[in-house]
Design a protein around this ligand. Structure first.
Ligand SMILES: O=C(O)CCC(=O)C(=O)O
Length: 273
């Protein structure tokens, strides 16, 4: 674990050019509920993220060119989603039950949640802008929909520092409530590009509108994506061709008993198979 204290930033804090120098759960929750995202800085050590990065490259780099690789789907121009096996350095409570992130997730779901999917979205050099989208909405036409709490929350973990060259994730703060038809998405000044260093985590409401910027660098840009959700929610769109959570029996045995319930979806097949 990093010696540094976790730092949370949100749109409001950045507008005011300030940060809180210690993760304050109440502020984080308030900002997350208002903006639909929050950045938690220094929640992982750089060494651990680098170990994840090396393990990811080692295991999956050839999948980007292998047309038959079943663990990979295309989600944009030169942008791929890989279902990462929860194995080796990925099979660690530091990752899926991180002491800075987990208490916030627990509060957002009132203690009752699972890991719906664990993937890595990677843009390759030359990838173009990803279409603006949200990861999933429910009760979209209900008049009270904007009052609902999130049914799923992504922990987005950059495996290299994200900058304007390699294409940071772009979010439209508040769009988790306003929906796609609002003027929010059309106004070019309403988005934020999340240029974050390794060790950081972006918590993102599943309903927020976002996209990926072009990758103008010569390096792959991997974004680890752990989606926590209410136990009743199944993502109906993103896992028709890909299993959402890949954990072997042997690896499941290594998960501490108090965390095993997070992985109840581990044997779910792709919903379109
Ligand atoms: O590549 C990115 O920065 C965003 C990826 C994304 O939005 C997604 O996979 O839903």
């Amino acid at each position: 674990m990093n010696e540094q204290k976790a730092i949370a930033t949100s749109q409001a804090m950045e507008n005011q050019c300030q940060q809180i120098d210690e993760a304050n759960p109440e502020t984080i929750l308030k900002d997350f509920r208002r903006d639909g995202y929050v950045v938690l800085k220094a929640v992982f050590s750089k060494e651990y993220i680098n170990a994840l990065y090396l393990a990811f490259r080692n295991r999956y780099e050839q999948s980007f060119t292998d047309k038959n690789a079943k663990e990979i789907i295309q989600v944009g121009d030169k942008r791929y989603q890989i279902a990462v096996e929860v194995k080796g350095v990925f099979n660690s409570p530091e990752l899926y039950a991180n002491p800075f992130i987990f208490p916030i997730i627990e509060q957002l779901f009132d203690g009752d949640f699972i890991i719906g999917d664990l993937t890595c979205v990677t843009s390759l050099p030359g990838a173009k802008t990803m279409a603006i989208h949200c990861d999933g909405r429910i009760f979209t036409r209900h008049p009270l929909t904007s009052l609902l709490p999130p049914h799923a929350v992504g922990a987005l973990i950059p495996l290299i520092p994200f900058n304007q060259l390699n294409g940071p994730t772009r979010v439209w703060p508040g769009s988790q409530k306003s929906g796609p038809s609002s003027s929010l998405l059309n106004d070019k000044s309403n988005f934020i590009d999340l240029e974050v260093d390794t060790g950081s985590c972006i918590l993102m409401d599943h309903r927020i509108f976002h996209s990926g910027n072009p990758n103008l660098s010569e390096q792959i840009r991997p974004l680890l994506y752990i989606n926590y959700s209410a136990p009743w929610y199944f993502d109906p769109v993103n896992f028709t061709k890909q299993a959402p959570l890949v954990v072997s029996d042997a690896d499941f045995e290594q998960i501490p008993d108090n965390h095993k319930k997070l992985f109840i979806r581990r044997q779910i097949k792709p919903s379109g198979s």
